[in-house]
Design a protein around this ligand. Structure first.
Ligand SMILES: Nc1ncnc2c1ncn2[C@@H]1O[C@H](COP(=O)(O)OP(=O)(O)OP(=O)(O)O)[C@@H](O)[C@H]1O
Length: 259
């Protein structure tokens, strides 16, 4: 029997809920099933890392969960709202108001100052930035004395902290990270992970992060393992060693499966 997530009151405490989500790229002989009936819920106020071998479907998973890409089957619910029922404008608004993104490559606008980059999502939404809130967010990421600088005048870690402040400024329910520490050195990466951890512990927001790094994953409450577009296991309160061990086995399994 297929597994189903029971969702009593609309979202049942889940910030994001994927129910039998599939994604097939291409058609006929060229069809690739990047996600194969994935059912998983992310409870509010939790930090989840998503891991798996190259090509296992992590990016596709993140894009479908965040409403950046449409599944070919199943449904994604964000805060109780079924994304497949939304028109493009409503989806854009929902993403803007309820979701924050942090990417490996920071994706800051080089010609804008730090302050302008951070408040950009508010201005795009036609909302006047609340000075006290912007101050609090920049304080939290430790950038208050850099507000007039351009991204090129900052280190990689500082640029990623700007990106995190930009992701938090709309007070999103969920922050999605796509390898947020991938371009950073070890100690700067740890600062960013502590910050993401704080987002969950301090304000009860939900973080879902794709990573290749077992140490990064150990900052999460739970690690979800993907292989061949399916969820093949998880670890609760993982240590880096446990994650690395599981990844080694998954990697070997993926290699054997592709032979
Ligand atoms: N636009 C696309 N068209 C066709 N196939 C695609 C497309 N995007 C991804 N795929 C395929 O879907 C599968 C999953 O890809 P995805 O990028 O989600 O994996 P991943 O786990 O994020 O990989 P990596 O760790 O290497 O970034 C792969 O087999 C990939 O080749």
């Amino acid at each position: 029997m297929r597994k189903r997530v029971v969702d009593g009151d609309g979202d049942g405490g889940f910030a994001v809920l994927l129910d039998r989500v599939s994604k097939v790229y291409g058609k006929g002989d060229n069809a690739v099933a990047a996600l194969d009936s994935v059912t998983v819920g992310f409870p509010r106020g939790t930090f989840t890392a998503v891991m798996g071998p190259s090509g296992s479907g992590k990016s596709t998973f993140l894009h479908c969960a965040a409403g950046l890409d449409q599944p070919t089957g199943g449904s994604v619910r964000l805060g109780g709202v079924d994304l497949s029922g939304l028109r493009e404008t409503a989806l854009t608004e929902l993403r803007r108001d309820r979701i924050g993104f942090v990417f490996q490559a920071f994706n800051l606008l080089p010609s804008l100052t730090v302050a302008e980059n951070i408040t950009l999502p508010l201005r795009l939404a036609g909302r006047r930035p609340d000075r006290a809130w912007v101050r609090e967010v920049t304080d939290r990421v430790g950038l208050t004395n850099r507000l007039a600088h351009r991204p090129s005048e900052l280190s990689g870690g500082q640029q990623q902290r700007v990106a995190i402040a930009r992701a938090l400024v709309t007070k999103p329910a969920v922050v999605f990270g796509d390898e947020p520490t991938g371009a950073l050195d070890t100690s700067t990466g740890r600062d960013v992970l502590r910050l993401l951890r704080e987002v969950v512990t301090g304000t009860g927001q939900t973080v879902v992060m794709v990573t290749h790094d077992p140490v990064a994953a150990s900052y999460a409450d739970k690690v979800l393992f993907l292989a061949d577009g399916r969820v093949v296991g998880d670890l609760i309160r993982p240590t880096a060693e446990q994650v690395a061990d599981r990844m080694t086995h998954l990697g070997a399994w993926a290699e054997a499966a592709s032979c």
